[in-house]
Unconditional design. Sequence first.
Length: 206
Amino acid sequence: MNKTFEIDFDSIDDCTRLRNIMKSRIGELRSRDPGFVSKNDSVKNKFNACQKILDADISSLYADMDLSEEKIFYVYAHCDPNYKIAIKKDGISTFSATLDMTHLPFYIGKGSGDRANCLDRNGAHRKHRQRLRRFGKDIYVSVIKNGLTEMDAFILESKLIDIFGLTSFGGRLVNLDEGVKNKERRDIYQDELKVLSLFYSEALNP
């Protein structure tokens, strides 16, 4: 089907009308595609994938490690004040809100004592902070969960690193690595990771 439109190219009203017609038509064509996923469904699918990863039992992977059972550990995020969390904007942002974060993280860690407030980490972390401070801003520290054993902290940190992803894989985090037992834990929830990231969709086994 061919349609011809005549518009005054110098008219804002005409150009706006054509843009709206084209957007509507693109929406119609996409809805006919069997593989099409609406924005609402995409948000829901990614949120559910995050939640399934968070709920997955990966404790067996850490059973051979000599870890403290004292509940003195916590998991924290260094967040970028430029990226405020907006519920329903996307699945990962919506998920972040359930962790009581107000801004998206660029670094995830575990620790005890005052570790979360130590803002000097790797080179990429320092550069990120320098960029913020040039504009009069600084890192926002968010403690996600405290009162954890060392194993519980390892597990939560690992899952959040997988959910948010490293920048080298198209994710958000400047962490140097993905934590211990990264390959083994991905085998447990690889389907969910494929929903979250094109990189994982291509890299993980079908």
